[in-house]
Ligand binder design. Structure first.
Ligand code: PLP
Length: 437
């Protein structure tokens, strides 16, 4: 089968004339897998429809937010109702309070939270608070972890930076780059050595609560707790980035899997960041944690941080309606769908003799096209991206829309049902054979 791409191709040509690479976020350009990205016109439940009328089962979910599926009636109704009452006030409104109360109720380390408009803003603002609180400049991040396109955090980042094999980004000043120290993920010795040498200069360690932007890497047992302990011993802070894992890896994010293991009085990050799911598909981010740190924010304290559209009533309505749908049954369904899909993919790739590893963090998973488990960015880069490209295009032609990069998580939603899994199952054998070719 060959897809009709006439309209998408013509839109892509037009887009490239006026938008760099024709896209507003790099991975959308299909640069690493080649071909024309479908231009989408609608989405419902687990399905996408493009401008040529092709239908796809969606395994991207807008890169995470669409956890209830597309155009979920409850979310759409909430947004419509909110829109009827005004699009933005630039003034306090009840939805902000209720959404933040929901976050604080669900995630134990959150005492106070501020809403922003993206995950990038959340990590940028959390870093500023950490530097202000400690009076220090250095930030430690892990190779392969992506925290948005914050200048200070682009060194050896995952996601699009990994997809395009970039060491970092042009346009970041040498001073900013000097203030960021990159350590191999999971390497306790490297963290200890760094703190022994420069611990008194370090404001914070930032880590994805479970890395998912070099593909999914399950954190080594106790690693986040170790980071908290090491940072605290030196007077530094730990920021766990749950923008992607938050309310996806589990009902509390990866912290829900990792945190309570240390007991109710166990370790906690000082600051956390969120995005994606908490906005249900509209632009939202959040950062929060210890009240004493969050109270450093203006106008209570000296750290300036603001936003014309922050706490926007449409975004908070979408987030609240999403949380209303995220009950235990939804998580049970996400867990079982994710597990079924992992087995289907593994069976098909095994049958075709394609080396692969499936890795998980709660309900989140990804597939690496290599033989051995991935624990570092170096491992993640050592995979057969050409085989992934052939697999990707075969799936796309058969109506399954995967992330167009070997370095991304695959996203299911609570709307992915048995029918959808059957459609994926019937596409997998040919795609696995294409990957083997
Ligand atoms: N942090 C993590 C862990 C992410 O996965 C992302 C986006 O993928 C971000 C931060 C940045 O979020 P946004 O794209 O909303 O700026």
């Amino acid at each position: 089968m060959t897809l009709d791409e006439t309209t998408s191709q013509s839109l892509f040509e037009r887009a490239k004339q006026v938008i760099p690479a024709g896209v507003n976020s790099p991975v959308r350009a299909f640069g690493s897998v080649g071909g024309t990205p479908p231009f989408l016109i609608s989405a419902s439940g687990a399905l996408l429809t493009d401008a040529d009328g092709n239908e796809y089962v969606d395994l991207v979910g807008s890169w995470g937010p669409m956890i209830l599926g597309h155009a979920n009636p409850r979310v759409v109704e909430a947004v419509q109702e909110a829109a009827g009452r005004g699009l933005s006030f630039g003034a306090p409104q009840a939805g902000e309070v209720t959404l933040v109360e929901e976050l604080v109720r669900r995630v134990r380390p959150l005492q106070k939270v501020r809403l922003v408009n993206s995950g990038t803003e959340a990590t940028m603002s959390a870093l500023r608070v950490a530097r202000a609180a400690t009076g220090r400049d250095l930030v430690v991040k892990f190779a392969g972890c992506y925290h948005g396109h914050v200048d200070a955090l682009l060194a050896e980042a995952g996601s699009g930076v990994a997809t395009f094999g970039m060491p970092g980004s042009a346009g970041v000043t040498a001073g900013t780059a000097r203030d960021t120290i990159v350590v191999p993920y999971g390497d306790r010795e490297a963290v200890r050595a760094l703190f022994a040498e420069r611990g008194q200069e370090i404001a914070a360690v930032i880590t994805e609560a479970a890395p998912a932007n070099m593909g999914v890497v399950t954190p080594p047992e106790g690693f986040n707790a170790f980071l908290a302990e090491t940072a605290h011993a030196a007077g530094a802070l730990l920021i766990t980035d749950e923008v992607l894992t938050g309310f996806r890896a589990s009902s509390e994010g990866y912290y829900g899997i990792d945190g309570p293991a240390a007991g109710a009085d166990g370790w906690a990050p000082d600051l956390m960041t969120f995005g994606k799911v908490i906005g249900g598909g509209l632009p939202v981010g959040a950062f929060g944690g210890r009240a004493d740190l969050m109270d450093l924010l203006s106008p209570l304290g000296p750290v300036y941080q603001a936003g014309t559209l922050s706490g926007n009533p449409l975004a908070t309505a979408a987030g609240l309606a999403t949380f209303a749908g995220l009950d235990d049954a939804a998580y049970e369904r996400l867990t079982s769908t994710s597990a079924s899909l992992q087995s289907l993919v593994a069976e098909a790739l095994t049958a075709a003799g394609v080396p692969h590893v499936v890795q998980t963090a709660g309900t989140l998973f990804s597939v690496f096209f290599r033989e051995h488990p991935v624990t570092t960015y170096q491992d993640a880069k050592d995979q057969d991206t050409a085989a992934f490209g052939r697999f990707f295009h075969s799936m796309l032609e058969q109506g399954v829309y995967l992330p167009p990069s070997a370095f991304e998580a695959w996203f299911v939603s609570a709307a992915h049902d048995g029918d959808v899994l059957d459609r994926i199952a019937s596409a997998l054998p040919a795609a696995a054979r294409a990957a083997a070719a």
